[in-house]
Design a protein around this ligand. Structure first.
Ligand SMILES: Cc1ncc(COP(=O)(O)O)c(C=O)c1O
Length: 337
């Protein structure tokens, strides 16, 4: 059955183990969101030696069965705190009002939740701005059902900021400032797959890794990392039509199915194949294969070349493609290895 997303569990375990060993003594939070916390894949990461399971969605964390601590990566919604308290052990957080409400909710459930305070060091996504006064720390330390377990930052997500030594030093200055107020910070969660290119990570003791484990790629420069597989996840899809047609549409060009005005270069007649997978399943700009992708609509991917109807086309994947494939209910999920 096609299209299908294939995950090679041996390769996934290898990538995890490789990074866990390379980074030791830094502990790895294995990020499962890009593959919707698919059970077998989560298990492969756990077998590979991650110390925490981390996901941005409560729904995903809820279905994971593990003795490892579960980490909520996205700043929690106030409307989901009841579930947050029941499902997670550690929460990345940045809003004082939400921290207090989380404490109240934890009290109701007689639980103690660990929090990692997120600091924004310039990427402009989540976190307390690094220059802000730290006058709220004592208030956090007074809360009975939360413990201030760590601090963290996230880079190369919204602003594309590349982590450097200064960011790690800044995190350590923040740790010292917070500890001077009586806290004991156990975890310095210094970033994600974009931090892997840094040679000296000794100022931090935790990384949250998704892409590097599942696609073998660091995300500061997008390079495949030595020793890692870049084909843990692959897509197979089936050709449903092959025809020779002009490379330039015939008639007046208005808008495509997504409201954009397409541009074409006339290269004369070419062989074109339609593959039965589309934008509803995948971001076609994130498909990697040897041939040429001409474009896609919701259900059709058009490639150039002399294929046969029934051919199965294999693709390697970039992050955005994997994210959508894993999320699409129309794509079969298959495990090997
Ligand atoms: C807060 C946070 N940390 C870490 C990650 C993992 O990032 P990457 O897949 O680049 O390793 C993500 C994204 O999935 C995230 O939102």
């Amino acid at each position: 059955m096609y299209p299908r997303l294939i995950v090679d569990l041996e390769k996934l375990k290898h990538n995890t183990e490789f990074l866990v060993n390379k980074l030791y003594p830094i502990k790895v939070m294995g990020v499962t969101k890009v593959f919707c916390a698919m059970e077998e894949a989560v298990k492969a990461m756990i077998d590979g030696g991650i110390s925490f399971v981390a996901d941005s969605r409560i729904d995903n964390l809820e279905k994971i069965s593990t003795d490892l601590p579960k980490v909520l990566l996205r700043i929690p919604m106030q409307s989901e705190l009841d579930r947050v308290v029941q499902v997670t052990d550690i929460v990345l957080i940045s809003e004082m009002d939400t921290i207090k409400k989380l404490n109240n909710e934890a009290k109701l459930h007689n639980k103690k939740i660990k929090i990692i305070l997120m600091f924004d060091l310039g990427d402009l996504r989540e976190g307390i701005w690094f220059e802000e006064e730290l006058n709220f720390i004592e208030e956090i330390l007074d809360l009975d059902n939360l413990s201030l377990y760590g601090i963290g930052t996230n880079l190369t997500c919204y602003g594309g900021i590349i982590p450097n030594r200064k960011h790690l030093e800044l995190l350590n200055e923040l740790r010292e400032a917070i500890e001077s107020k009586g806290a004991k910070i156990e975890v310095i969660s210094g970033g994600n797959s974009s931090s892997l290119y840094l040679e000296d990570l000794s100022l931090i003791n935790n990384l949250r890794l998704g892409e590097a484990i599942v696609l073998g790629r660091e995300t500061a420069f997008g390079e495949i990392l030595d020793g890692l597989y870049d084909d843990v996840f692959t897509l197979e899809a089936e050709v449903v039509e092959v025809k020779e047609k002009p490379s330039h549409p015939v008639g007046e060009i208005g808008m495509d199915a997504f409201g954009n005005k397409p541009l074409f270069i006339d290269k004369g007649n070419i062989m074109r194949a339609i593959v039965a997978v589309g934008k509803q399943d995948v971001d076609e700009s994130g498909l990697i294969f040897d041939g040429e992708i001409l474009g896609a609509s919701s259900d059709h991917l058009i490639i150039a070349g002399d294929y046969k109807v029934g051919d199965i086309i294999k693709f390697k994947l970039k992050y955005g493609a994997l994210l959508r494939l894993a999320t699409s209910p129309y794509v079969k999920k298959e495990v090997i290895g």
